[in-house]
Design a protein. Structure first.
Length: 283
């Protein structure tokens, strides 16, 4: 069913829900899903509605024009999207295949409702797998002595393919600040540990030395501060003293795939609202 997704964040107050509901009722808008959250600490209100597109008398531009006065009245940060307009997802990878392979499978099977115009990688190892899916593969090697030309090419490719979102599917390079700023809230990363614990290299080795009983993965938006962006999704798996580092890596890869795919799906369905460095997720 085709829907319009109305997502709102604004200072909290009386009458917001009533005003939005009355607006939709005036135009016979059929609400198929509604979610609200009032944050007492920040004093902000968050809302997500799905409205059947065939119940409204106007298209997306008409909706924006009709709703704009209400948005101004309540100082809303808002957007409305059409579920039929698939977001364009550029995937980035290095050598490890598990996250990339999982996303490609979910895309091909229809579980992820998006377009994947290309994959960008700093190694050529995964080309045959990606091209088997009929997706263009761009190898952009990164010179550790001068990374600027590589990231200029990455930026060009992302622009050329009109990406709505970029997913770092275990892309093992740090994006430069200018790309982080330009695509704020549009670059999703999977971190192979339960942030904020065990940042940096070899998190499973760090966890093993500490004798942890849970390992996990964190899907978050990329910011200029490494591994510190707003968190979209996390999950854990229980381990014990019987598990070796190899066992932990294997289990960790499973949870990484699951968390990244779920986080991306939440983003594609406009279920994630960013406020300050936190998220409201209407799952």
């Amino acid at each position: 069913m085709r829907t319009y997704r109305l997502v709102i964040a604004c200072p909290d107050g009386v009458g917001i829900v009533a005003k939005v509901s009355n607006f939709l009722a005036t135009y016979n808008g059929w609400i198929s899903e509604a979610s609200h959250h009032s944050d007492n600490q920040s004093g902000w209100f968050f809302m997500r509605h799905e409205i059947r597109a065939d119940s409204l008398p106007f298209d997306l531009d008409g909706f924006r024009q009709a709703f704009a006065p209400i948005a101004r009245e309540f100082s809303m940060e808002w957007r409305v999207t059409d579920s039929e307009q698939k977001k364009r997802v550029v995937l980035m990878a290095s050598r490890e295949s598990h996250c990339l392979a999982d996303l490609l499978y979910r895309w091909q099977s229809g579980e992820l409702d998006c377009e994947i115009p290309c994959v960008i990688a700093n190694h050529d190892d995964l080309r045959s797998m990606v091209e088997w899916y009929g997706i263009p593969y761009f190898h952009v090697p990164v010179d550790p002595k001068d990374k600027a030309p590589a990231f200029a090419e990455v930026s060009r490719l992302v622009h050329e393919h009109a990406a709505d979102v970029v997913v770092l599917a275990r892309y093992m390079q740090i994006l430069p600040p200018d790309i982080c700023r330009e695509y704020a809230g549009q670059v999703i990363n999977i971190h192979h540990s339960f942030l904020p614990s065990f940042v940096g290299a070899k998190p499973y080795h760090q966890a093993a030395r500490r004798g942890v009983k849970l390992i996990g993965a964190t899907c978050h938006y990329v910011t200029e501060e490494l591994d510190a962006g707003p968190i979209i999704e996390q999950d854990v798996v229980r381990i014990s003293h019987r598990d070796s580092v190899d066992d932990m890596v294997r289990l960790g890869k499973d949870v990484e795939k699951r968390v990244l795919a779920h986080g991306l799906r939440l983003h594609l369905e406009d279920r994630v609202l960013i406020h300050d460095n936190k998220t409201v997720v209407f799952d």
